[in-house]
Design a binder for this molecule. Sequence first.
Ligand SMILES: Nc1ncnc2c1ncn2[C@@H]1O[C@H](COP(=O)(O)OP(=O)(O)OP(=O)(O)O)[C@@H](O)[C@H]1O
Length: 315
Amino acid sequence: MYLLIINSRSGGGAGLRTWHTVEAMLKARAIPHEALFTQSADSAENQVLHALARREDWRAAIVIGGDGTIHSVLGALRRRGVPLGVIPAGSGNDTARGFGIPLTPEAALDNALQDRCLEADLLSGADGLTLTAVASGFDAQVAVNVNNSRYKRLCNAIGAGRLAYIIGILHTLITFKSCRVSVTCDGREQTFDRAWLVSVCNLPSYGGGLLICPQAESGDGLLDVCVVHGISRGQLLRLFPTVVKGKHVALPYVTMLRGRSVAVHFAQPRHAIGDGEGLGTAPLAVRCEPGALRVLSPLAAAGAQGAAGPCHASG
Ligand SMILES: Nc1ncnc2c1ncn2[C@@H]1O[C@H](COP(=O)(O)OP(=O)(O)OP(=O)(O)O)[C@@H](O)[C@H]1O
């Protein structure tokens, strides 16, 4: 039995449209399934726990939504030990990207119905679990500004969701100030002046494919950290195009770290986001939980990262 978890609103309504496509395919192929429409990020975990408790024979929970929807159900899936399948229907879809999951519903469903799992690490902190990355500073502020803006609604209405983020970057660039940050990685503290952002990554990208930590691997038991510091606004603006291909890591004002636990303390309160969802402005302390979540991924067949194999002993 498969549990389909659907956020109708993800991707500006793509969640519902994708569900209609997937439902027709499941019926045509006589795949046993139950559909669960989650109402909000806050209530999703309990809804999913409740649904999973009703039977024992779940083969997987398949999320139709974006990174935020996946984020909202991580605790429930880890607690019940149910593998995660993803049918991407968000605007960023960096979880799908990081696990090599196809972006079309047909191919993503095919992947979710295969019995091929990767054991992925999770980031664990005071605000719960995160799968892709916890970002703090400038890019978290961009996300907060865009989500609270009028231009996001306007851009979504004309089908130009990415334009909202370009406006958001420019808007944040004018108002955001860099400050000193202390980053403690596996107990070793380093301080950076004029720090713009600190990202702690489990997967290589966020923000719709920006390769902020290109070396990150979901199953290596380690977190990759990117610190951008000691530059002017103009230099920061020029850095963005290099992040598209992950070339920023070689620049002198970018420091990359790697470890099992990471604490980040900005001298002034700075926003943080996990899987694109707001985590507030408190200092961060996250650690890696190795292999805490099984993910249905084509990379498992390729043997690319982490421990891989069938999800169920019986196949
Ligand atoms: N399980 C859930 N059910 C309903 N609403 C949710 C759930 N989880 C999160 N949300 C809300 O729906 C919004 C959109 O969901 P989601 O983040 O999945 O899609 P997106 O923002 O379009 O894509 P992405 O995160 O991939 O960029 C979230 O920002 C959050 O406010």
